[in-house]
Write a new protein. Structure first.
Length: 242
């Protein structure tokens, strides 16, 4: 089940941090590393600081955007050292690791870490179901990227070792939550229809869009439910265009 957990580093600026993060992952038994638009990769510094985890770097997948990196994931959890303006469920590292562990029984889970200086952009946070907030010293919350990966990876391992009762896979006939790509297809369809009927009446749609995203990500519909919802929207669009 560890293969269902993917550590995603977004916009990493210093290649040495990629190597240090890979080392942090391997010490805790995590193996799947994804990189979103790294500034320098591949790079000798990444291998120099990997210290025995070069295989994770060799096997790392590189993506142009976070949406691509998590397209097949059922659950996406951001990690941040400070509070964010995007409203979403927020967990401690221990609780977040436990929830990620449980979610991995239903399919791939992404643990997302942002840029060293600026973290994740709000547009990227909108793609996430929840956030792990590392309660660093508020007077000095500058947590190194690899250190943040180590904190979350450690809690993941503890959740695995202390699991009681163990995580039980869903029954074979249970439908897993929709993938991230399917959810984004639904959002595109829904928001397109809202524009088509002038739902926002010329006002900024940002708050409505944000709240609708939170609502459906929280609900966790499966693929069949999304097909029903999209079928309803398609029928509404056909009636509007007559």
């Amino acid at each position: 089940m560890d293969q269902e957990i993917r550590v995603v580093l977004v916009g990493t600026q210093h290649p040495g941090n990629i190597g240090s993060a890979a080392r942090a992952m391997k010490t805790m038994g995590l193996e799947r590393l994804a990189l979103v638009a790294p500034e320098l990769f591949p790079d000798p510094q990444a291998y120099a600081l990997a210290a025995g985890a070069a295989d994770l770097i060799d096997q790392a997948t590189v993506y142009a955007s976070l949406a691509e990196a998590v397209a097949d994931c059922r659950t996406v959890i951001a990690t941040t050292a400070r509070q964010r303006t995007v409203p979403m469920p927020e967990y401690s590292p221990r609780e977040g690791a436990r929830r990620a562990r449980e979610a991995s029984a239903q399919g791939p889970v992404a643990l997302v870490f942002g840029r060293e200086r600026t973290g994740l952009q709000n547009e990227e946070l909108q793609l996430c179901h929840a956030a792990i907030h590392i309660p660093a010293n508020p007077a000095y919350s500058s947590l190194n990227l690899a250190a943040a990966v180590q904190v979350v990876a450690y809690e993941w391992r503890m959740a695995m070792l202390e699991e009681h009762p163990p995580v039980v896979a869903p029954s074979p006939d249970a439908e897993p939550p929709a993938t991230h790509a399917e959810m984004e297809g639904w959002f595109g369809h829904l928001f397109g229809l809202l524009d088509e009927i002038d739902f926002h009446k010329g006002k900024d749609p940002a708050i409505v869009v944000q709240r609708l995203r939170r609502l459906f990500l929280r609900a966790g519909p499966d693929s069949r439910e999304l097909r029903i919802l999209r079928g309803i929207l398609s029928d509404v669009q056909r009636l509007l265009r007559r």
